[in-house]
Design a protein around this ligand. Structure first.
Ligand code: NAD
Length: 438
């Protein structure tokens, strides 16, 4: 089957590569000539483990190609996936659907045969019906169906998530569209991965409800962590004790500096907005959004305390700026709140991140980029661990502390044990939801 994918970002490119690996003929389209040129040269514009190899394999096999030309991509395709961005709209918190609607219109104008227009982007309830209207208005004679197929992959583990999903959600209205979607996902049907078939609205709602639930779980443990600090409990022990309860589960129960990334912040805001507009406010999610902002601010206060009340003149080394490990994505990363607070407070900041520099250079002005944690920490007054990359999980703490002007560590991912930090010669150590020392 021939499939076209509109948008070659984290979701579109991974989906395109994986669909081609299923055996489909896939053409990926993007508006950005720089991305298409890179892809045509065999380079992957984003960092996603394993994507380069799988992409090369399928290009080599003649099943995967890239183009700026939507028309040629759609010729002969049975389905076209919209995988463009849906960022937060300025001002009102709503999802900005302008990219989705523009793509829908372009598809309609290019199509001359029955096609299923599949929305993979995360979109508010009712969007697929609007896509239906836009396509029908732009090409009144066209035979087509719409389908909602939200994506649940996680950056950093995207290929595995796509190939071995917990479930695939497909919202459809006609048998014909259901059959096309079934053919596309046949390799997953055959391997018994659950495919949840729903109406359009439910598919759209599942995605927002799932993301908001996960953001709530993270925020819950972050608030418990703040209380642990006050009452002398250890949040690592608390989350272990909670997570072993099968009804709760241990995932998304790690306290940290607040959630970030390309999905949770914008999707929680969009869901809250949808609730308000339908006079069915999702108060829990509204609170989660606020608490997450407070959590990020609390991190800055923690660093300020460690620096004796002022960043001015201090040298601070920051390990990790991407919103999580194994991605180069900086969208809404906690580093975007914390690092500017350090720089704005007069600190000189050096930063190390295995993949974050390309994006981070423009987003974090005034910092010095280093390749090596030990070089970054040399002469520093404070070392901050902000993203739990594997590269930062087994550092020689003694060597780090030995090279610092004042050996203070803020371990905002709870990677290290308090005793180990003390034994290594740190004179001050703070983490999340556990007693530190100074
Ligand atoms: P992205 O910003 O990385 O990529 C979007 C791409 O679409 C860009 O390359 C852009 O140039 C291209 N584009 C925009 N309009 C176009 C058009 N008319 N024609 C061709 N190309 C066009 O976005 P992303 O992170 O891949 O997210 C895409 C959607 O998937 C969003 O709705 C997001 O919420 C959702 N999602 C993202 C993730 C994730 O982890 N990133 C996970 C699940 C769902």
């Amino acid at each position: 089957m021939k499939i076209a994918i509109i948008g070659t970002g984290y979701v579109g490119l991974v989906s395109g590569v994986c669909f081609s690996d299923f055996g489909h003929e896939v053409v990926c389209v993007d508006k950005d000539p720089r991305k298409i040129e890179m892809l045509e040269r065999g380079e992957v514009p984003i960092y996603e483990p394993g994507l380069d190899t799988l992409m090369a394999k399928n290009v080599e096999a003649g099943r995967l190609s890239f183009t700026l030309d939507l028309q040629s991509a759609i010729d002969g395709a049975e389905a076209v996936f919209i995988a463009v961005g849906t960022p937060t709209r300025r001002g009102d918190g709503h999802a900005d659907l302008s990219y989705v609607m523009a793509a829908a219109e372009e598809i309609a104008k290019a199509a001359d045969h029955y096609i299923v227009v599949v929305t993979k982007s995360t979109v508010p309830v009712g969007t697929n019906r609007k896509v239906q209207e836009v396509v029908a208005a732009a090409n009144p004679g066209l035979e087509f169906d719409v389908a909602s197929n939200p994506e649940f992959l996680r950056e950093g583990a995207a290929i595995d998530d796509f190939m071995k999903p917990d479930r695939v959600v497909v919202g459809v209205e006609t048998e014909r569209a259901a059959k096309v979607m079934e053919d596309i996902y046949r390799p997953l049907y055959l391997r018994d991965f659950p495919i949840v078939t729903t109406d359009l609205e439910s598919a759209e709602m599942i995605k927002y409800a799932a993301n908001a639930f996960l953001a709530t779980k993270i925020t819950f443990i972050n608030e418990i962590a703040a209380l642990c600090e006050k009452v002398g409990a250890n949040v690592k022990q608390v989350s272990k004790g909670m997570g072993l309860d099968g009804r709760i589960g241990n995932k998304f129960l790690h306290a940290g500096p607040g959630y970030g990334g390309s999905c949770f912040p914008k999707d929680t805001k969009a869901l809250a907005r949808i609730g308000q507009e339908h006079a069915a406010p999702i108060s829990i999610v509204e609170t989660v959004i606020k608490v997450n902002e407070d959590t990020k601010r609390r991190m800055t206060d923690k660093l300020l305390d460690l620096c004796g009340g002022s960043f001015n003149g201090k040298k601070v080394a920051v390990l990790g700026v991407t919103f999580k490990p194994n991605t180069d994505d900086m969208r809404d990363a906690p580093a975007l709140t914390i690092v500017p607070a350090l720089v704005g407070g007069g600190a000189s900041v050096s930063v190390v991140d295995p993949q974050g520099r390309r994006e981070g250079e423009a987003l974090l002005p005034g910092v010095t980029w280093e390749e090596d944690p030990y070089a970054a920490a040399a002469g520093a007054d404070l070392l901050v661990i902000l993203t739990e990359w594997n590269e930062f999980r087994a550092l020689d703490l003694k060597r780090l502390a030995g090279g610092m002007a004042t050996a203070r560590l803020a371990d905002l991912r709870n990677i290290y044990a308090v005793e180990d930090a003390a034994a290594a010669g740190f004179t001050a150590y703070e983490s999340i939801g556990r007693a530190g020392f100074s």
